[in-house]
Design a protein around this ligand. Structure first.
Ligand code: FPP
Length: 257
């Protein structure tokens, strides 16, 4: 694997840990469950949308920080299959923010070599979002920097069910046999089939659960839970997370001896 040279900012985390992040051992794929937007807004007496707006700023800076650290893949959970249960006004606000974010960021992401892609069920998203998604994927597809994946109307169980459905159809059509199924083949049916599994999954706001995010893909992922609310998440929090990741021993089921 070719590692890009990491550029490090002068952050608080570096002052805390002078030896700081080892540029050779940065996680290849970081996944983030961005949580705490509502609490951030409530603490300030603001409407929830204010928290989501600040959260979008945190997305912006995290994309840059990942590129600078030499991380190859960043996947964020922007809207889950279950988020439709929120009040219609909040869903509308989130979709509006997303449209705005894609429109505004596309030019800069393109210029910075970031490739943007989306996972999740697009059928329930409106025409304009679908158009923006396709346009941004198309316009950045030749970029060779960070691969930035936005999970939108995404659910891990739904993704696995869809894979099983397509496989069953292939068997019914006589293209495959049940005994052909193995991990590699199954993965080829997942929307994430062109990405490595996440090495590090960060969830903000103190909640400690996976909430239907990348269920199959996170079998051996290192989890890091931080009490920081997503809108407050800065470059130094990412650096701290990477630093902690580098202190973990990954065994993949082995004994480590
Ligand atoms: C969780 O906070 C956050 C979300 C459900 C949405 C995440 C969306 C953004 C960060 C903004 C838009 C995204 C992009 C890519 C521009 P919560 O509302 O559940 O917070 P709470 O648990 O404190 O109520």
């Amino acid at each position: 694997m070719k590692l890009r040279k990491a550029k490090f900012s002068r952050s608080k985390a570096m002052e805390l840990a002078p030896e700081f992040v080892d540029p050779i051992a940065v996680p290849r794929h970081v996944a983030i469950i961005m949580d705490g937007n509502g609490r951030w807004a409530r603490a300030r007496g603001l409407p929830r949308i204010a928290g989501h707006k600040q959260g979008a700023e945190a997305v912006r800076s995290t994309v840059r920080a990942c590129s600078d650290l030499g991380i190859s893949y960043l996947t964020i959970y922007a809207f889950s299959s279950e988020n439709w249960k929120r009040p219609a006004t909040e869903v509308d606000d989130l979709m509006g923010l997303l449209r705005l974010y894609i429109r505004r960021e596309l030019v800069s992401l393109r210029g910075e070599g970031v490739r943007i892609q989306f996972i999740g069920d697009r059928s329930r998203l409106d025409i304009e979002i679908n158009r923006l998604i396709s346009e941004s994927e198309e316009n950045t597809k030749d970029n060779r920097g960070l691969i930035f994946t936005v999970a939108l109307n995404y659910g891990g169980r739904q993704e696995i069910l869809e894979a099983a459905r397509v496989f069953a159809q292939n068997v019914r059509d006589g293209k495959l046999n049940p005994e052909d199924m193995n991990e590699q083949l199954f993965e080829s049916y997942l929307q994430s089939n062109d990405m490595p599994d996440p090495d590090l999954l960060i969830r903000t706001s103190g909640e400690q659960r996976l909430s239907n995010f990348l269920l199959w893909q996170s079998a051996y992922t290192e989890f890091l839970f931080t009490s920081t609310l997503w809108p407050d998440f800065k470059r130094e929090h990412l650096e701290q997370a990477v630093y902690e990741y580098q202190r973990r021993e990954r065994r993949y089921g082995g004994s480590g001896n």
